[in-house]
Each structure stands twice: as C-alpha cells, then as structure tokens.
Design a protein around this ligand. Structure first.
Ligand code: SF4
Length: 357
C-alpha cells in the first residue's frame, strides 16, 4: 500500500484523509525512509537541489499574550526582554544580507508598542527593505486591518501568523484568551492585500494524528505559500508540558507528508528546535528553506530555543554549509528566490481576483 500511495502523491494525485493519516502513522524505519525519499524526490522536482535561507531578527521580546507553550508569555519572568532600535535592526539585517540570506524575517512578540502603533513597525519594514533590498517577512503577532495595510505599503512581502493548531479546542488551550477567528481573518486580509502568507503548526502539544491531517486540509484552504511545522520544546516558566515525541518523529513526518501534499510550497527546516544538529534530518525529510539564521554575539534571541547554537556561530549561512553538502543541497541565488516570490504573488493575486483561493 505504501509504494502505491507514494506513487500517487508523486504523480500529483490527491489522497484521502485516511491515506494521509496512514502516511503520518508509519513508524517502521524502512517505511519512514521510503516516505522521506519520496519527499526528497518531490522537492527535487519542484526546486532542484536549491534551498532558500532566512535570516531571523527577533527585535522585541515583549508580549501581551499568555500562550501556554511559549517562553515569552507575559507572565514569565525568566526571559530577557528587549526592544531593539530601528538602527540596530537595520544593522543586523544588513549583516544578514551580506552573509547570503534571501529573506529577512522581522519578528516580535505580540508587543503593543508595535501592534497599537503599526506605523513604528512599518518604518522598520521600510528601512530594512530599502537598506538590504531583500524580501521581507513580518511576524508581529495579530495586526488589525490598518496595521496590515501599513506594513504592506512599507514593502512587506510576507505576513506570518501561526495558528499552531486548527482544532479550536486545542487552540484555546494553547493560545489562551485569543481569538481563533481574528487570526484567520487577519491572514486572509493580508493575502487580499497581496502579501504571501506563512502558516504554522506545532506538534507535541496534545495533537492527534487526525488533528494534523485536519491542519493540512485547513492549510490547503488557506493557500499559505509557506507552511512550517515545529516540535514543542518545554519552556522554563511556561505551563504546557506537552507529549512525548521521541526523535522529533511527528515533526519529521509532518515535513515529509506536507512536501508530498504541497510539493510546490516552501517548507522550513528550523534551526530553532535542535540547532545545527537537527538540520540534516529536517532537510532529508523534504524541507527546502533553512530558517532562524541568526548572527552570533549580537544579543538577538531565537524563539523555541532562545540561545541554542547562536553565539557559537552555528546558526549562520557559513555554519550550515557542511550540512547542506551532506544532503547534496546548495544555497539558491537571491534571484531564484525573488523569482519564486514574484511568481507566487502573481498566482495568489490571480486567485484573489477569481475567488479561487
Ligand atoms: S507565541 Fe507569540 S503571542 Fe504567544 S506568548 Fe509567545 S511571543 Fe507572545
């Protein structure tokens, strides 16, 4: 059954919910290896041996929310809270650009300093865009319509806002006090404005196989151009305990199955979960973007693993090259990435016009 199913996926045929669940539930190494190999074949057909590289600039660690899985929830006294100046953000973005990343991901907690005054956020987006000339992703938490309009006018190409689960009951446990619908509406409005969308799915948070299948279906409906999955890492000072997930198995299976279901979408391998040590297995599962590249010794944090491998310089473009070689992959050119983004934005615009999204 497995070979038939993988052939079906590689030919571009849709598979049923039950078949997706069957793929996700494989645990035998011989079977998971076949799934990972098929995922790599799908990636090769869509992107060749090129991967895209994203620089991560977490410029405010203040947050007004209480997500139970997050180190930066407002109740937690442990995190170092900082808000970098525009000048500091631009300087780090320029350093990332020189190092060879294709995109700058400007991320904050849900910080009212920016969400209530989105013109501040927009001026950072504009400055980073002008100084680096790179594609810019903005991950600022929930923005209202005006905020989304301002960042789009300032040059934001991507808007990232993770649901983490598409089961409302689980969402309520994870993102306490937040509205499922408001987040979905913000994402749809960002797409209407012409920004590309990144959606996120967290695993190891009490999610079932069926929940993960359901999320893939919701992601398809949403039309997110980048879909990321990460494993929950237990955080000091955060209440969620999570579930046992040996060897990050669920995350790797999510990556591989998402690649088979969405061969043309961008799927990140995040350095934020296990650092450099976990990059190879995520790329071998079919990911085609390396995210959370952070310059060392500049006082910028990651999210799930806020310090891991950063000051050692392992989360840099130079630091990942040996891993890429082992996976027979190489950095894409900036032009390749820009072309992919432009093509995808044009396709999304056409879909918005025809109501096909
Ligand atoms: S996940 Fe984001 S919104 Fe939630 S507490 Fe953490 S930083 Fe805040």
């Amino acid at each position: 059954m497995l070979e038939t199913l993988l052939r079906k996926c590689l030919k571009g045929n849709q598979i049923s919910f039950g078949e997706v669940e069957y793929l996700l539930s494989r645990t035998e190494e011989s079977e998971t290896n076949q799934i990972f190999a098929a995922a790599r074949q799908a990636r090769q057909a869509a992107f060749g041996n090129k991967v895209f590289l994203y620089g991560f600039v977490y410029f405010s660690t203040f947050c007004q929310n209480s997500c139970t899985f997050c180190y930066y929830r407002k109740e937690n006294a442990n995190p170092h809270r900082y808000r970098k100046t525009l000048r500091e953000v631009v300087a780090i973005a320029e350093e990332l650009q020189k190092s060879g990343v294709h995109l700058i991901d400007l991320t904050t907690g849900d910080d009212p300093f920016y969400t209530k005054h989105p013109e501040r956020l927009a001026s950072i987006v504009k400055a980073v865009k002008e100084k680096t000339g790179l594609t810019v992703m903005v991950s600022p938490g929930l923005l209202d319509r005006r905020g989304l309009e301002l960042i789009q006018l300032a040059g934001a190409d991507w808007f990232a806002l993770y649901q983490e689960t598409h089961r409302k009951a689980l969402f309520t446990q994870l993102r306490q006090g937040q509205s499922y619908e408001k987040r979905m509406l913000a994402k749809r409005y960002a797409q209407d404005l012409g920004m590309l969308l990144e959606e996120g799915l967290l695993t190891g948070v009490g999610d079932t196989l069926q929940d993960r299948v359901h999320s893939f279906s919701e992601m398809r409906q949403l039309g997110a151009a980048q879909i990321r999955t990460m494993t929950f890492i237990q955080q000091e000072g955060a209440p969620l305990k999570g579930t046992v997930n040996p060897e990050y198995h669920s995350e790797l299976m999510n990556i591989a199955v998402m690649r088979l279901l969405f061969p043309d979408e961008l799927i990140p391998a995040s350095l934020d979960v296990e650092g450099l040590a976990g990059l190879e297995k995520r790329l071998m599962a079919g990911a085609n973007v390396v995210t959370s590249i952070i310059p060392p010794e500049q006082g910028f944090s990651g999210v799930a693993n806020c310090k891991h491998d950063i000051d050692e310089g392992y989360r840099t473009v130079a630091g990942i090259q040996n891993t890429l070689k082992r996976c027979h992959l190489e950095n894409a050119d900036t032009q390749d990435y820009n072309r992919w983004v432009a093509d995808r934005r044009n396709a999304d615009k056409a879909n918005v016009r025809t109501g096909c999204r």
